[in-house]
Design a protein around this ligand. Structure first.
Ligand SMILES: Nc1ncnc2c1ncn2[C@@H]1O[C@H](COP(=O)(O)OS(=O)(=O)O)[C@@H](OP(=O)(O)O)[C@H]1O
Length: 828
């Protein structure tokens, strides 16, 4: 009796404990209670009556409620390569989101057309901001493809200066072709080297300016740079950055020039603050790009003026002669349009637009009504408001450094309020300070660029943006507060800064198998709110940094999303070639010893058949049928196997390595020991021997199905607990269960997979007219099955479960063929 009480009690305790665990996991991520890791406030929930600052999701109440009006539209752009992306850019974005959780942030990237589809280009990929999107923030990437920018739907036929832009794109001086150090979007696809990426620092400024201004013209809203931290909300509408020169303590002349400019400007309006200072540019220390912030209402005439003037003939000359991306030329134009803040000028400019507009150049959008010349509504935005608070950036908020203005202005609370912190010129290139005890956020400018510790030296030493690289979930938590607030207050120490820049290595891998529904598995898992995809590679799935793209390996942190230590995200990489790579497991584990490996396997016969159809174009040029390909492939493999004794490890060192490997394999073995007897040479193949036999196609069509070799190789490095196998057959049979198991293996919180679309992801896409489309040839299937049988048997032993590929061999393939026919019929 007593015993049964005890058992019940223990049972109850166990169940309660499990429930508690699930609850903690769930509430932690669903955000319904305290969020220990993520420091961003959650976006304001429009359905709720409480404003954004309210006590939502455990986020502290903000003092000023965020009204619905504050759904700001913010444009940013990243005209550089992905290699230039760094932690500071994340911080810049987060600083905006922290003030405007409901902001609609559109990040413009200049990239070739292929970018959006394949994500091979070196611009930011579509998944770049997934970590924010999964938290409910509205941050997206918009690809600008030169002419398509003008011609795509939604183009305003009245967009000023568009003819100039279209032609300028093709001009060598502007397209980057003859511009040393300019980013040439046409070449971005081809560029694979980091050297190029570093040197291709920027999209030519006049073109970039046009894109920025055009977006503001069309939509209105804010534009801000990625190298600025906003530690207060944006200044009131229609006020803009005054100058950045003040940020450089070393640039005394610039500072003085800045003060003088302000002085003049103030003098013009007497003792009053300037009526309205829209924007002014100045050149920050050499090598930097002008940082700026703009806020314009839709169709603002000043924008029109600037866009038109960018194409003035004298400016073309200026760009051509510029050794500074045309920066000074743009500055001059903007100043002409802005500093002469005179409504009549702007009115005139607007009329000029109407006149210059060449009808017929672009097809007039049928949806937009014809516009009357110079509609009065355009000018209402020009009304000058007196008594504006003047605010500007300054880079060092500590006493004494920050406000280079006369004392009386300094005292005027209407005049001086700093809103943002400019993080310095090198942040544009994704570079952060190097470890010297002196380093603080606020003084990277003080180190001469020739110094080995300087940011520039660091960039050219090829370590750009390779910040500290830490195993996933291994470093202490650190969040926005440290990154933004402390920095803004000048309190961020170097070590805090570095700690805040650590990037977690990817936490899970789907190393194939090719044609094993890896695309389906990865795509579905990526729907989980905790999973982040890679930010490059085909379908943001195949980065290949640990195998095929060895050029990426040294810069691998660039290809995975930034995840801060302790964040609840899991970053995945589903590069299928990893399966047969000798180096991949070791290299991966070096970055993250706790990485998890999820293999998606498939009846090897059907895998080969799928592979054949996938690569049909390759074989059809040679006129090879599936039967021929398979026979060649088996023959090739067997020829190679016959030489195995010769290629077995010979030297002492190699032998030692071999026995250590075997010992590790035994330790990691998932079930009972393998039988020792080998049925033929091929069965004794191990990964190392295999790597010698693993030739190009068609050789691989058969060898890719020798799963036991690959799994054994992984088990030499990976603990059995960190390796999990699912099969295509299971996925087809019960996708919800299979995904659930995979997710729980990865340590993800519970998720309702049944709400996802679980239709197979068909990547084979072969629609050719082959006679073999009728199905898999029985004779070759038999041969292939006989070939795979012993390998499968060994695999089952290693895994400790029978994957059932032999049971109803023929039935399975019949079913598969039938399904394929159905799909084909459905497609036709
Ligand atoms: N849910 C589900 N269930 C069963 N089968 C599925 C599923 N999703 C994808 N597939 C099939 O997987 C094949 C594609 O595999 P991969 O995505 O790994 O291909 S690739 O290596 O990334 O090219 C491809 O096989 P074939 O159609 O036979 O070529 C897909 O149809």
């Amino acid at each position: 009796m007593r015993r049964s009480y005890l058992t019940s009690f223990l049972l109850l305790l166990g169940v309660t404990f499990i429930n508690l665990l699930v609850l903690i996991c769930w509430t932690h991520f669903s955000g319904s209670t305290h969020e220990p890791y993520f420091h961003l406030p959650r976006p304001w929930n429009p359905a709720s009556k409480t404003a954004g600052g309210a006590q939502e999701g455990g986020v502290p109440r903000r003092t000023a409620a965020v009204s619905k009006k504050e759904v700001v539209r913010v444009f940013m752009d990243f005209p550089q390569s992905r290699a230039s992306w760094g932690i500071a850019h994340n911080r810049a974005l987060e600083s905006i989101l922290s003030h405007y959780p409901r902001a609609e942030v559109v990040v413009l990237v200049t990239a070739p057309r292929d970018h959006a589809k394949l994500a091979f280009a070196d611009a930011l990929g579509a998944t770049h901001f997934q970590r924010y999107q999964k938290r409910g923030y509205n941050v997206s990437v918009q690809v600008i493809n030169g002419a398509s920018f003008l011609n795509n739907a939604g183009v305003d036929p009245d967009l000023p200066g568009q003819d100039w832009y279209r032609h300028a794109l093709r001009k060598p001086a502007l397209s980057g072709a003859s511009c040393v150090g300019c980013y040439n979007p046409a070449n971005a696809y081809a560029s694979k080297t980091l050297e190029y990426q570093i040197s291709s620092a920027t999209f030519p400024l006049p073109l970039l300016m046009y894109i920025r201004l055009a977006h503001l013209w069309r939509e209105g809203g804010y534009y801000t740079d990625f190298n600025v931290l906003w530690h207060r909300p944006f200044p009131p509408a229609r006020y803009f950055d005054v100058s950045l020169r003040a940020c450089s303590p070393v640039d005394k002349e610039g500072l003085q020039a800045h003060v003088n400019t302000l002085q003049e400007s103030f003098n013009r309006t007497g003792k009053e603050p300037p009526q309205e200072m829209r924007m002014s540019f100045s050149t920050p220390p050499s090598g930097a790009f002008p940082s700026m912030h703009m806020h314009f209402l839709k169709h603002d005439p000043v924008l029109a003026c600037a866009m038109l003037r960018l194409g003035d003939p004298e400016n073309e000359k200026c760009y051509a002669e510029s050794d500074d991306y045309g920066r000074e030329c743009v500055i001059a134009i903007m100043n002409r349009c802005i500093v002469q803040e005179n409504t009549t000028l702007a009115e005139k400019e607007l009329c000029v637009i109407q006149e210059r507009k060449s009808p017929g150049q672009l097809p007039a959008s049928s949806s937009s009504p014809p516009r009357a010349p110079c509609p009065p509504s355009h000018y209402s935005t020009m009304r000058v408001r007196q008594g504006h608070v003047v605010e500007w950036f300054n880079c060092d908020l500590r006493a004494g450094m920050s406000l280079p203005l006369a004392d009386d202005w300094r005292q005027d609370p209407r005049v001086i309020r700093s809103h943002a912190l400019w993080m310095g010129p090198y942040v544009s290139m994704g570079v952060i300070p190097t470890p010297t005890s002196m380093f603080r956020w606020d003084n990277p400018f003080s180190i001469p660029s020739t110094h080995p510790d300087s940011l520039y030296a660091r960039a050219t030493a090829d370590v750009i943006a390779l910040h500290s690289w830490a195993p996933a979930q291994s470093c202490p938590k650190l969040g926005l507060e440290a990154g933004v607030q402390k920095a803004a207050e000048g309190r961020c120490t170097y070590s805090e800064y570095i700690e805040g820049t650590r990037i977690c290595a990817p936490s899970f891998f789907i190393p194939g198998v090719q044609k094993g529904a890896s695309t389906f598995l990865f795509a579905k898992l990526s729907r989980h709110p905790q999973v982040l995809q890679s930010i490059a590679g085909s379908q943001y799935k195949e980065v290949g940094t640990y195998t095929t793209r060895r050029d990426r390996y040294p810069y691998r942190s660039e290809f995975y999303p930034y995840t801060a230590p302790g964040e609840p995200f899991h970053v995945g990489d589903a590069s299928v070639p990893y399966i047969s790579s000798l180096q991949a497991p070791e290299l991966i584990l070096k970055d993250n010893p706790r990485a998890k490996f999820l293999f998606s396997l498939r009846d090897p016969v059907l895998r080969a058949w799928s592979d054949y159809r996938y690569q049909k174009s390759l074989y059809s040029t040679k006129g090879w049928t599936f039967k021929e390909v398979v026979r060649k492939s088996i023959q090739e493999l067997q020829d190679c196997c016959a030489q195995i004794p010769e290629i077995e490890p010979q030297g002492e060192k190699e032998k030692e390595k071999e026995s250590a490997k075997k010992a590790q394999q035994q330790k990691n073995r998932m079930s009972r020991d393998l039988r020792e007897e080998d049925q033929d040479h091929c069965e004794r193949l191990d990964a190392y021997a295999f790597s010698r036999c693993n030739q190009s196609d068609p050789g691989r069509i058969v060898s890719r199905g020798l799963y036991v070799i690959f799994i054994n190789h992984y088990l030499e490095h990976v603990a059995a607990d960190n390796l999990h196998v699912v099969t295509v057959e299971e996925m087809k049979e019960n996708p919800v269960l299979t995904l659930g198991r995979a997710a729980s293996f990865l340590g993800l919180c519970p998720y309702d997979w049944s709400r996802e679309d679980l239709d197979p992801v068909l990547v084979t896409g072969y629609k050719g007219p082959a006679k073999e489309d009728g199905g898999l040839d029985e004779e070759i299937e038999r041969e292939l099955r006989a070939f795979y049988r012993p390998f499968n048997a060994r695999l089952y032993e290693v895994l400790g479960r029978n994957l059932g590929w032999e049971k109803e061999d023929r039935n399975a393939s019949m079913e598969e063929t039938g399904r394929r026919k159905d799909v084909r019929l459905a497609n036709t």
